[in-house]
Write a protein that binds this ligand. Structure first.
Ligand code: UGA
Length: 435
């Protein structure tokens, strides 16, 4: 059984390499020729821990191509894993998805292979499975294909762990044959059978949005609670840790901080809101999740401005630009909005990130200075702001910092430091929702 994974982004590349690791024969296709040529040379298009080694290890079963028409010819199973970024109106931009659908239709028209299985991995709005089925039927006159909605639940930075030890694998289809064949792709894996969940396509489509928007909800909830916590001198990290001990609540995604970012949580929350509004079933709770997240970034800006007594001409060192540690991705990263707000109010920013400097440079204003070391960013700074909790920031050399900075002030937007240690070292310290 040969698999064609369409799209060599985070989801496509990890899925292709992972399935190859289970002994399947996989071809991963992307229209971006330079990406494919890099992959063929063993160069990675983005940073994801362990992915390079996984690809190298499976190079016998895994090939790369930019020719989708040709690649589809020999494949029985197709996985669509192209990006569906946020469009201008808050809906996912489905251009790449439907371009692929047209090429799949062309393939179905000419292919002698019967009963091809088309698996949708991309995050798409509920109803897309049905739309694709109708489109392919109309465009090809064939009905012997199967469509499966199998949205991916990978997190950047831990994508390999999520792939090999998933909480669940979703197989949303009405076709028993497709379900059986899809399940067989995992036969050489250690994934337990009870992790494979079969649902209808519509349920699978909505599960993806339910999962991501619920995570966003948890974060916005704890972020919002950090303000009353500060007011009464309580510690939000303790609150999150303790309520998380109740399995009905769960301890993950209860870390207060500078807001959630990335290519999924913000986009998917907005998309589900839009979708439901269009269907005239407004989602009031989710509306607040987005506004609370926007406000949270401004909370950090206000803390900085409050400590410094205004921002005009102030030198601000920023540690962390990626939307979270272990990635070089800055899409919708809180750092971007926070830095833009600081600059707009007259501050000068010098930023450092262990991985995301290149991508951040491409989206931040030219006036931002970048440093290639964490301590380099601190020279003459009036304040240090931590926006991403990389491990290397967690136990800093406070003496060295004090010598470099003009004023010993830290605004810890991720509660990454130990406040007692920072204060003992002579720093003014302010975290989120704690003293
Ligand atoms: C998210 C989901 O977690 C994955 O399950 C999903 O598969 C993926 O989207 C997707 O749809 O493809 P990801 O975007 O990689 O994964 O990032 P998360 O780990 O969810 O983090 C998102 C943001 O929330 C980050 O900015 C992080 O700093 C923030 N966060 C997370 C908090 O502020 N507090 C927390 O307690 C946890």
């Amino acid at each position: 059984m040969k698999i064609c994974v369409i799209g060599a982004g985070y989801v496509g590349l990890v899925t292709a390499a992972g399935l190859a690791d289970f002994g399947n024969s996989v071809i991963c296709v992307d229209k971006d020729k330079s990406k494919i040529s890099d992959l063929k040379k063993g160069r990675m298009p983005f940073f994801e821990p362990g992915l390079y080694e996984l690809i190298r290890r499976n190079i016998k079963h895994l090939s790369f191509s930019f020719d989708l028409v040709d690649s589809l010819k020999s494949c029985e199973v197709l996985m669509i894993a192209v990006g569906t970024p946020a469009g201008k109106d808050g809906n996912p931009d489905m251009k790449s998805f439907w371009t692929v659908a047209r090429i799949v239709a062309h393939d179905l028209k000419i292919s002698p292979i019967e009963e091809k299985i088309i698996i949708i991995k991309s995050t798409v709005l509920p109803g897309t499975n049905e739309k694709l089925r109708k489109y392919l039927k109309r465009a090809t006159g064939r009905t012997d294909f199967h469509i499966v909605s199998s949205p991916e639940i990978l997190s950047q930075g831990s994508a390999l762990k999520n792939f090999f030890y998933p909480n669940f694998i979703l197989i949303g289809t009405d076709s028993q044959k497709a379900a059986k064949i899809y399940t067989s792709l995992f036969k050489n894996s250690k994934i337990k059978k009870n992790k494979i969940i079969f649902t209808s396509p519509a349920t699978a489509e909505l599960i993806k949005y339910a999962a991501n928007t619920f995570l966003a909800l948890k974060i916005s909830f704890i972020n919002e609670l950090s303000s009353p916590a500060e007011l009464i001198g309580a510690d939000i990290s303790e609150i999150g840790r303790v309520i998380g001990m109740d399995p009905r609540i769960g301890s993950e995604f209860l870390k207060a901080g500078a807001g959630f970012g990335g290519s999924c949580l913000p986009k998917d929350t907005k998309a589900l809101l839009r979708f439901s509004a269009r269907k005239r079933v407004p989602l009031y709770v989710l509306g607040s999740v987005i506004s609370a997240n926007e406000r949270q970034k401004q909370v950090v800006v206000k803390k900085i401005s409050g400590r410094l007594g205004g921002l005009i001409g102030k030198k601000i060192a920023v540690w962390g630009l990626a939307f979270k540690p272990q990635t070089d991705d800055v899409r919708d990263a809180p750092s971007i909005d926070i830095i833009n707000a600081l600059v707009k109010k007259g501050a000068q920013v010098r930023a450092y990130d262990p991985r995301a400097l290149k991508k951040a440079k491409a989206v931040l204003p030219n006036s931002i200075k970048f440093s290639h070391s964490s301590y380099g960013a601190l020279k003459n700074a009036d304040v240090l702001v931590i926006i991403t909790e990389w491990d290397e920031f967690k136990n800093p050399d406070y003496d060295k910092m004090k010598k470099l900075m003009r004023r010993p002030i830290i605004i810890d937007g991720r509660n990454a430091l130990n406040p007692k240690t920072a204060k003992k070292a002579g720093f003014e310290y302010e975290g989120i929702g704690r003293k």
